[in-house]
Design a protein around this ligand. Sequence first.
Ligand code: HEM
Length: 397
Amino acid sequence: ALSQKTIDTVKATVPALEKHGVTITTVFYKNMFNNHPELLNIFNHANQSQGRQQTALANMVLAAAKNIDQLESVLPAVIPVAHKHRGLGVRPEHYPIVGKHLLEAIKEVLGDAATDEIIDSWAEAYGVIAQVFIDIEDNMYKSAKEQEGGWKDFKELEVIDKVKESETITSFYFKAKDGQPLPEYKPGQYITIRVRVPGENYTLNRQYSLSCAPGNQYYRISVKREPQGKVSNYLHDQVQVGDTIEASAPAGDFTLNMEETSPIALISGGVGLTPLVSMLETMVQHRSERNVTFIHSARHEGVHAFSEEALEIAGKLDHGSCYYGYQEPKNKEGNHHFTGYITKEFLEDKLTEDTVCYVCGPVPFMKAVVTILQGLGLPDENIRYEFFGPAMAMEKV
Ligand code: HEM
């Protein structure tokens, strides 16, 4: 255990470091990738260059350091990150590398104020925080492997079908190349795929939600083509039926709780609908008697994936309904229930106080919807969200 002196020293220096979060992160990544270019096979270059994930890792270390004497309080934030790490193949031996470079960055930011005592205390604290992640991830690796058909690292999957779902979204169906059955997963989970894109020096990893209910012979992901997306364009343009990609086993804790019986709303924006379609279909499989409301907002009809599929699935439920809205509808008189963005009035009309909401979409969409739900007085535990991009971007909701 850490001494009280170490705890006090760490806590006392957190505020000074928080002010320089961006500097710490910049120095940290620059030095780490210089010394360990092989880590560029794991980290997302797009996140780095667009400055999105940049501060997430360092911020979380600082947040944990603030609570170093009561780390259980940060556990809820650790779990989704550990899932992500496990999916990416982060290993115990990576932690000292991250620690070394983080410490050097801390030293640089504190300058003359960085006494040996401070640096040693931070080294100790980092060790404790890292161990929390390592232990949780160790269990996750074990359970990924122990499942029927499961595996620990990356495994080859073969594309068995490729289906265009909208102008921008295409589905890929996979089976295991070695013919083994694919492990079960929880609706809402994602797989991490790893590809070699021609012209790129390092492998690229991306997470994609599984977009259909578990229990099939295959996995399905549905990928939106991003204008600058190296992986999404590669998948859309180059990957064909019969080709192979690598993937790690399903991960993620944004999952449907099948024990609950209260009404449920699945609220998505754009390609964020993929995990929610999986949840919707799972409720049909389980002949759920819950009141289920599927609400989807898309830019316009042309980019709206699964419009008929979701209607059909929801139609099989005893109490299922589907609502669609477009920001720029092509057909003004067409088949949609709202125009523009999802409003408070709209949600108030569709939800009750005990509705459990699963929300998924781009960050601005999520922020808007979560704020509305909070305003309607829904308790935090009934507002569950996941979005594409680093979780820390949601910090301020
Ligand atoms: C992502 C924290 C150690 C590799 C993240 C995220 C956080 C985080 C908060 C963002 C989660 C998200 O995107 O939803 C931490 C903390 C660590 C740690 C607190 C140490 C105690 C490591 C290590 C590695 C690693 C040792 C491996 C070298 C990654 C990667 C991502 C990530 C590859 C995905 C984001 C990207 O590709 O840029 N981590 N992490 N992390 N972490 Fe860690």
